[in-house]
Design a protein around this ligand. Structure first.
Ligand code: M6R
Length: 612
């Protein structure tokens, strides 16, 4: 969690930092702050969003061409002005920003207190900058070396940037477990949690690896060392990110833009990966591991949140098409429950950000047990994509709204392609079925476009239910994960309690909740267990629940029972989750807007959860 950005060069740092922080605000927005080298070190910080920081800094001296900035998602210490970053060292010669958690901060703090340090905040970060100060003073070391030595004493995760009043021409960065990318401009350097604050200034970047320390001095080459003090050669990469992808492009919210981008993002996820005519699917990233995957005794999918829901769809797809047993695990549970993992297991991690701490840790565990690890990530160069043996990017483009939308449909698309590839390789499905699904897949972007035309209808339905206190989402088979995902979307952005359930499970408990106050969203598309879902709808109707159905175009039976009907185009059963999730995304979006919620930055959440 938290976003960090830094600039050193000849330009004014403040506007670059503020713009960068706005791009990183998806990572947390409890507080924001900057530090500028300007006849000493200035720190401006406050509780709230980057716009609050701008208000706070207005009229103050914000000049200077060296600076660091931070937007926080609170872990240690409540979100307030004092706990906001940057933090000063005790002598106020150093300032730090930090993303991550220093796990042994308490013992370090006690030692530092014994050595005379006093602390202003409750944060682990302040402990780290005091430790650096302590090392610097006691061992008389330059900043880069003091940072390195201090970090040898630290347990935990960090991406940090440090300024030194007495050496104003340098920024020191370091990372372990939290992402950090350095931008290389002409006589200037940038440093950030991801490339979004950097892309408009330079395309040349270096992604730091864990336990690397970088020294950025304009006019000098970038210097990277590892924690053992070995000098490393930087690997400079060219960014493939475009600025337009980071703007709202006329939409009121990023979430709405991202929902409407899905015809393109799904097309991008499948581009060049299948050919209907030659009846062929190929995923370049996993080509060398296909055999291993196809013959695996078991595939374990690990993920969190929306990506976990995509994993559930993946389970149904891989088992149904490729006939390989699949288990889907919450990464946070998997990593701590001493799971049985064999060397012939294949573990697939699904993650939009590629930075989710629990997913990363689950993968590391699986790797340590000798399993083959495969990634399905959206962010290119992310931590998960770098530790996996192989993987397929989803290519959905940057997703900025905290609620995941286009990333989900792209994950499902890639998992379907993976399942088809494995099925083909194993000869597990008849050619006719393989071809039918490919032909249906080719039509999906256009059908998503068609589905999006229901936006006005969904907005109208939203107005009727915006004040509901609870929602139930029901689906069976491939539509069960869609129900879970629909409920999660509503919860996270509109703060209405919502439950997703397998439709048949309703009678084992949740049916007790149903009365005339309860809106029940049922995904009742024509294939799979359609008749059984109709019976479930009858059960809701008999108890006077309000029924909103998502049905296949032209459906009469479910439509007649329901209070509201949203149609999606007909497709193969395996592809329904992609189409059916779109109106549910719209429903949560419009309800949240009508309730006056901050759709792109819902309370207490952050886009990528890089802490446990
Ligand atoms: O970046 P990841 O896909 O690993 O993130 C996993 C979850 O944190 C994420 O899907 C979260 O549940 C979203 N806010 C859901 O919209």
């Amino acid at each position: 969690m938290c976003g960090i950005v830094a600039y050193i060069g000849k330009k004014e740092a403040y506007p670059i930092l503020i713009k960068g922080l706005k791009r990183l605000e998806y990572r947390g927005y409890d507080s924001a702050g900057i530090s500028l080298v300007n006849q000493g070190l200035k720190v401006y910080k406050c509780k709230g969003k980057v716009s609050d920081l701008e208000g706070f800094a207005a009229g103050k001296d914000i000049s200077g061409s060296v600076g660091i900035g931070h937007t926080r998602w609170a872990t240690h210490g409540e979100p307030n002005d004092v706990n906001a970053h940057p933090h000063f060292s005790g002598n106020e010669n150093l300032a730090i920003i930090h993303n991550g958690i220093i796990e042994n901060y308490d013992s370090l703090k006690k030692e530092l207190i014994q050595r005379g340090h006093t602390f202003k905040s409750d944060t682990d970060t302040e402990v780290l900058i005091h430790l650096i100060e302590d090392v610097q003073a006691n061992e008389n070391l330059p900043l880069a070396e003091a940072v390195r030595v201090a970090l040898t004493q630290v347990i935990g995760a960090y991406a940090i940037a440090v300024l030194d009043k007495n050496d104003p021409e340098v920024i020191i960065g370091a990372k372990k477990g939290s992402p950090m990318v350095v931008g290389l401009g002409k006589d200037e350097y940038f440093l950030a949690s991801d490339a979004t604050p950097i892309v408009e200034y330079t395309k040349d970047v270096v992604y730091l690896e864990d336990e690397q320390i970088v020294e950025l001095r304009p006019g000098h080459e970038i210097k990277i060392r590892n924690i053992e003090n070995e000098v490393l050669t930087p690997y400079i990469q060219e960014l493939e990110l475009h600025l337009e992808a980071l703007e709202k492009g006329g939409y009121e919210h990023f979430m709405l833009k991202e929902i409407f981008e899905q015809p393109k993002s799904i097309a991008d996820s499948m581009r060049g990966r299948f050919h209907v005519e030659s009846s062929d699917v190929s995923l370049g990233g996993i080509i060398d591991y296909e055999q291993k995957m196809a013959t695996a005794k078991r595939i374990i999918i690990v993920a969190c949140g929306t990506s976990w829901h995509a994993g559930l769809v993946g389970e149904y797809l891989i088992e149904d098409l490729a006939r390989i047993p699949v288990e889907v695990e919450y990464a946070s549970e998997f990593r701590y429950r001493n799971p049985i993992v064999h060397e012939d297991d294949v573990v697939i991690a699904i993650s939009q950000s590629g930075e989710t701490a629990d997913t990363l840790a689950a993968l590391e565990l699986a790797k340590s047990k000798g399993a083959t690890i495969i990634g399905v990530c959206n962010v290119v160069g992310s931590s998960i994509s770098r530790i996996t043996d192989a993987g397929s990017y989803t290519h959905a483009g940057p997703e900025i709204g905290v609620a995941s939308t286009k990333a989900f449909t792209s994950q499902v698309t890639v998992l379907l392609l993976m399942a088809l590839r494995l099925a083909h390789k194993k000869g597990a499905i008849p050619e006719s079925r393989f071809q039918r699904i490919l032909a249906a897949l080719e039509k999906i972007p256009q059908q998503v476009e068609e589905t999006l035309k229901s936006a006005a209808l969904v907005e109208h339905i939203s107005a009727e239910y915006k004040d509901a206190r609870n929602f139930l989402y029901l689906g069976r088979g491939y539509n069960f994960p869609v129900a879970l995902e629909g409920a999660l979307k509503l919860k996270e952005i509109s703060y209405i309690h919502a439950e997703g359930y397998p439709a048949a499970e309703m009678k084992h408990g949740p049916i007790a909740l149903i009365d005339e106050e309860m809106p029940v969203v049922v995904i009742a598309t024509s294939k799979g267990s359609y008749e059984k879902v109709i019976s479930n709808i009858q059960e809701v109707k008999a108890r006077k629940g309000k029924i909103i159905v998502v049905v296949t175009k032209g459906d009469k039976t479910a439509a007649e029972l329901a209070d509201h009907v949203i149609e999606i185009p007909e497709t193969e059963e395996e592809l329904v989750p992609i189409l059916a999730s779109v109106p549910l995304q719209l429903l949560s979006y419009y309800i949240a807007v009508m309730r006056g919620c901050n759709v792109d930055q819902p309370r207490n959440l952050a886009k990528s959860v890089t802490v446990e």
